[in-house]
Design a binder for this molecule. Structure first.
Ligand SMILES: NC(=O)c1ccc[n+]([C@@H]2O[C@H](COP(=O)([O-])OP(=O)(O)OC[C@H]3O[C@@H](n4cnc5c(N)ncnc54)[C@H](OP(=O)(O)O)[C@@H]3O)[C@@H](O)[C@H]2O)c1
Length: 246
């Protein structure tokens, strides 16, 4: 039977592109996001391009935490099992601390951190029952250093990475693999408003690199590997006066 992957945030950007990439590699797909119409378009497109690939779609808001487990169970039932769950859904609102923008900061944490934790929690419960599974999380190079207008986004991505490191230790004696991806700038609607996007890569390239890393079950990696794996330790020690100018 084909391997299967559930992707949250599959209506746009990385999640959407990864759906096409994994379909091309023969995976069955469980696609979730709030915009069901976008998911149905992806489902139809993939159906045309890869008629033998099974694609299930489901409206899911990852901030409606109690709905995640039933959605995941339903998708798993339709696909007769789930091998991989990618907690990918995320937002980036770019608010400033103390500027009356706390609502945006809260929404970012509720979506990127708590929503991803709730997704992972539901997936791990399912994998423990099933006897195996693979969790993938979308962190970010923003997790390496908080920069201006990125406070809640960086905090959410550092928090998710830490959460997944803990899962790896908890699941050490179980057949549960954990992959933490730290993308750099990948061309999607999430970051098109930014003035500068250093080392930008296309979303297709990003999805292909991520698919390779997922299939190899890497524990953690920047995406692309270079130059971000070299920049990560430098980012951590850059003097604050340099960070302040970002
Ligand atoms: N692009 C980059 O350079 C980059 C770099 C590092 C990390 N990342 C991370 O990669 C992930 C994907 O980002 P992207 O660049 O592909 O952005 P995107 O094009 O804006 O896509 C974000 C996806 O998340 C979904 N989403 C947002 N809020 C949601 C919610 N409450 N419930 C369910 N789904 C929700 C959106 O779908 P709906 O609106 O239909 O719900 C959409 O499918 C994010 O976690 C992001 O932080 C991206």
């Amino acid at each position: 039977m084909a391997k299967s992957i559930m992707i949250t945030g599959a209506s746009s950007g990385i999640g959407r592109s990864l759906a096409y990439e994994m379909a091309g590699r023969g995976y069955s797909l469980a696609l979730a996001a709030r915009r069901l119409d976008e998911l149905r378009t992806v489902q139809k497109d993939i159906g045309r391009a890869y008629p033998s690939v099974k694609v299930e779609v489901c409206r899911l808001d990852v901030t409606e935490y109690d709905t995640i487990s039933p959605a995941l169970q339903g998708l798993a039932e339709s696909l007769e099992g789930l091998d991989i769950v990618f907690a990918n859904a995320g937002i980036g609102l770019g608010e400033k601390i103390g500027a009356g923008e706390f609502t945006s900061a809260r929404r970012t944490i509720e979506t990127n951190l708590i929503g991803a934790m709730a997704t992972v929690d539901a997936a791990v419960a399912y994998f423990l029952q099933q006897g195996s599974g693979h969790i993938v999380g979308a962190s970010s190079v923003a997790a390496f250093r908080g920069t201006p207008r990125n406070s809640s986004y960086s905090a959410s991505k550092a928090g998710l990475a830490c959460y997944l490191e803990t899962l790896r230790a908890e699941a050490y004696h179980k057949k549960i693999d954990v992959t933490v991806l730290y993308p750099g700038y990948i061309d999607t609607p999430l970051n098109r408003m930014l003035r500068s996007r250093p080392f930008l890569i296309s979303v297709e390239k990003g999805a292909a690199l991520m698919a390779d890393m997922i299939e190899r079950k890497v524990r953690s990696s920047t995406v692309p590997v270079m130059p971000w794996c070299l920049l990560a330790p430098i980012l951590k020690i850059l003097p604050t006066r340099m960070i302040a100018g970002f």
